[in-house]
Design a protein. Sequence first.
Length: 358
Amino acid sequence: MVKRYKIGIIKGDGIGPEIIDEAIKVLDALSVTMDLNIEYSEMLLGGSAIDETGVPLPKETIDGVRECDAVLFGAIGGPKWDNLPRELRPESGLLKLREVMGTFANLRPAIVYDELIDASTLKPEVIKGVDIMVVRELTGGIYFGQPREMSGERAFNTMAYTKEEVERIARVAFDIAMKRDRRVCSVDKANVLEVSQFWRDIVTDIAQSEYPEIELTHMYVDNASMQLIRNPKQFDVILTSNIFGDILSDEASMLSGSIGLLPSASIGKGVGLYEPIHGSAPDIAGQGIANPLATISSLSMLLKYALGEDEASLKIDNAIKKALEQGYRTADLSAYGAKEVCSSTEMGNVIASLVSRS
Ligand code: NAD
């Protein structure tokens, strides 16, 4: 039976359109082999939206995303819009979009591909086989807590979580772990912060009452930042709050050594946003050399987490591994085992052809 999905497409600025076009190519190829009927709905965000409508997040985009099963997003921003007032800048549009979509969980995998092991600054024996998923709480904690204030003599922020906020992010992490190695490490600072003790107690309760199969451990954030570099292979899923996750997910992403490879997902109650972790790379935009693999990998996450199309997702993951094994590299990775340095389009063609044949 043909399955029908509506996928929102936000190409954005800089290399955004180039990398998204390659992901669409891969999804088109998959649709044929997997009997999927995909309707695309293209929407504006960021600089391109400012140029066309005067605002970074047009109402049509807010309304449009709500009608989709999931949204695939490239990247926004660039020097052209950097001098606009803050609320009119591309980045404000993205923050607002995440807010209106209610995406409270940010998923950031850190995967080390064997073929690119030398691209990392860490020793190969430390990172070989690393496959971590960082689940970061995205809409609460100290970045949003009230009161917050800065005056001439004093400044402060508030780190606060409600029971409901901790429960829902814990469930996201446990659900993901159930599809992986069933191990969750919850990272906090419970030795110093009440809010972290509260977090720890609730996470423990949810694990015991709802996920008895999960092996739950707890770690203080200072130790976790050290352990990620010392022995990253000990982690499967890392569950943590907004600020700790912000820092740890960037640290984890550098294990893999390349910004052009890593995907992310922001999910919540409704439609999720799937995007590469990198920005719009204005320095290489329009040259056809951007690495589309992070975006294609984001598509794989979309298929798995938004549509439940695990087989299609696996086909993409395997195709990426195979392309790397066969020595295909975009310019950013040309120093690491390249047999053929390819353009963004050529890399998209290779992945599309591999998924078609799998
Ligand atoms: P960036 O991630 O765009 O680029 C950093 C470096 O990595 C650049 O040298 C770039 O060429 C390279 N790079 C990034 N993606 C690549 C890819 N797919 N293939 C090959 N090389 C790649 O970060 P930046 O330069 O700090 O920011 C540029 C713009 O992107 C800014 O306007 C920033 O605000 C915006 N930005 C947007 C997002 C987003 O849309 N989610 C995220 C971060 C930054």
